[in-house]
Design a protein around this ligand. Sequence first.
Ligand code: MN
Length: 296
Amino acid sequence: MKLASFNDHRIGVVMGDRVHDVTACVPAALDTLPAQRMRWLIEHWNETRLQVESIVAAGRGSITLDSVALLAPVPAPAHVFAAPVNYQKHIGELGNRAVSKKGRSAREQGFFLKAPASVVGPSEGITLPRGSQRRFDHESELAVVIGRGGRNIPRAQALDHVFGYTCLMDLTMRIEPGTGEEERSMRKSFASFTPMGPWLVTQDEVGDAGALRNSLSVNGEVRQDANTRDLIVGIAELIELVSSVLPLQPGDVIATGTPDGVGPIVAGDEVTIEIERVGRMTLTVREAEQMAPRPY
Ligand code: MN
């Protein structure tokens, strides 16, 4: 099943070119916190799924997909965890721009955090800081959405905690030579630097997420083209790692790291990510209208 957040945080099931509005399955009490509806639905999926399916089966009131504004499927996750460089061919590509110290493996680097408020959906687009001379890069990543939370989840049981998958762009402001050390979470947490979508696909529909083509293009030119079979730290091991540090919550997002082909984006670009059996989304890049008081 493909679950989407759209318009003012309504919940939809996407079937072909139609969206079935199933917001009625979520308690009205969440009308005051609409961005939390998807997290509630994920947490209560086992007892809500039949109701969702019956609304879809009734087929009343569905609308066309191209008439809605798609938001990130989980618009307000409690956490966005992210793996660093994590495909066999990617290490070394960043050269002296690399964030991590040379010679450290993906496994040794662990994970980092992106600010949940940096999450946007395809209808919102990517906004770069105004007037910056820096380089801003795209990273094409499969994102895991956690269903059942937990602490200290061993990798053998980890996939039971997965709710589904979505496409995620991990956008990064690069360190310029001579700038010195800058903290990675900050450079990856500008508002809109974590696009997700176009929807999330439940685990049963994706099947083995360890063999999915993951590609990204800019203005139609393919920049990244890889397969999740080349992940160094796999999905189950990432869940084991993160949950060893703190409890995972329903709706938490784990970005699984980028393959090679990381490259720059500038205002005016159209960036498209496509992950096999998950989806395809395009975002437009623009420059912020306001100059920040602390420029980059
Ligand atoms: Mn990344």
